[in-house]
Design a binder for this molecule. Structure first.
Ligand SMILES: NC(=O)c1ccc[n+]([C@@H]2O[C@H](COP(=O)([O-])OP(=O)(O)OC[C@H]3O[C@@H](n4cnc5c(N)ncnc54)[C@H](OP(=O)(O)O)[C@@H]3O)[C@@H](O)[C@H]2O)c1
Length: 328
């Protein structure tokens, strides 16, 4: 088969569509013929040599895909050859074939094409596991999403609105904020011009701020995120775009009875990923089928244009997901 390999750590030109050995499905795994995959910010770090795949994972980039089941490994039940599925991967999605634990695979929702579903798993699993399973966002609560126009952000806005929460977002341009508004965001904050703490405190009313914050920035925003939290607020950090080390004012946390949480999806054990995928199949699939959640797709490029796709993400030209089509 072919897969995208990284010639040596570096820029997008380091990516090459290369002939490599086919993967074999191990016990409990299924083999997929990949139809589409998508670019995640973590892929850029892996390409630069700053984010190695976890032990045992495929060396090729790609944290998600859609495709058809091509073979079943030993001890797999409940799936048949040809089933159309969406998969959450620890790596290897940028390829014609990938082997994945059967628990990390779910049926393609009827409300999205098999190609477009190639960008569904990572955002749906990340948002559902962090905003709902971990931070327990409830109806009427206020969610602040940093990077509202990202793949993660456009998903978080829609899923939060679907459960009846209010949503504030940050983004870097007027156009991106307008796209967030169209998706249902209630409070729009241009992080280049406005102070998000003030805007979120105002929107939070008596609660004093955001009940849940989904943060992609890490260190740079830690202090201000704590300032923007409501009493009993939950800050969930999922990205480190603004660095990894910062000071935390514990007195402020105590006073608000607030929590700071941080997670990474990729490194979780298979059983935890399977539980998240099952929760997404139960809760997000019906929203895709009803049209309450539509995956926002910025563009679809052939997998051989993977370097261009990385350039788009690097320049933050996109809104939503950048997909890579592998086959039809
Ligand atoms: N922990 C996990 O398990 C996990 C899983 C998936 C993703 N993530 C993380 O989630 C984040 C989004 O991922 P993605 O793949 O959806 O990436 P993406 O589409 O490339 O989005 C990156 C976003 O960062 C925003 N941004 C840049 N500077 C900002 C600032 N100062 N304030 C607020 N936002 C800022 C950009 O906003 P503008 O374009 O408007 O400037 C852009 O929307 C990334 O940090 C990624 O690493 C974590």
């Amino acid at each position: 088969m072919h897969a995208v390999t990284i010639r040596e750590p570096g820029g997008p030109e380091a990516l090459a569509w290369t002939e490599v050995p086919d993967p074999e499905p191990g016990p409990g795994e299924v083999l997929l013929d990949v139809v589409a995959t998508a670019v995640n910010r973590a892929d850029l770090l892996q390409r630069q040599g700053r984010y190695d795949p976890p032990p045992g994972a495929s060396p090729y980039p790609g944290l998600e895909c859609s495709g058809r089941i091509a073979a079943l490994g030993p001890d797999v039940t409940g799936w048949e050859i040809g089933d159309e599925v969406v998969a959450l991967l620890a790596g290897g999605g940028y390829a014609e074939r990938v082997a994945v634990p059967a628990g990390q695979v779910m049926r393609r929702p009827q409300g999205i094409s098999l190609r477009d579903a190639g960008g569904l798993a990572e955002v749906a699993c990340t948002v559902w596991s962090n905003v709902f399973l971990l931070a327990n966002l409830r109806p009427e609560e206020l969610l602040l999403v940093h990077g509202g126009a990202s793949g993660i952000g456009t998903t978080a806005i829609q899923l939060a609105k679907a459960v009846g929460a209010r949503v504030a977002v940050t983004a870097g341009t007027k156009d991106k904020l307008e796209r967030c508004r169209e998706l249902g965001a209630d409070v729009l904050i241009n992080y280049r011009e406005d102070d998000f703490v003030e805007a979120v405190r105002e929107a939070g009313g008596a609660a004093g701020g955001a009940d849940v914050i989904l943060d992609n920035m890490g260190a740079k925003y830690l202090g201000r995120n704590v300032d923007a939290l409501a009493t009993n607020g939950r800050l969930v950090i999922i990205g480190m775009q603004g660095g990894i080390k910062a000071e935390l004012d514990i007195a402020k946390l105590l006073g608000k009875r607030a929590a700071v949480l941080a997670t990474s999806l990729r490194a979780r054990p298979v059983a935890e990923k399977a539980a998240i995928v099952a929760a997404v199949a139960e809760h997000v699939t019906p929203l895709v089928d009803s049209g309450a959640f539509r995956l926002v797709i910025d563009r679809v490029l052939p997998i051989t244009d993977v370097a261009d796709a990385h350039r788009v993400l690097e320049a933050s030209e996109h809104v939503g997901k950048v997909l890579l089509e592998v086959s039809r």
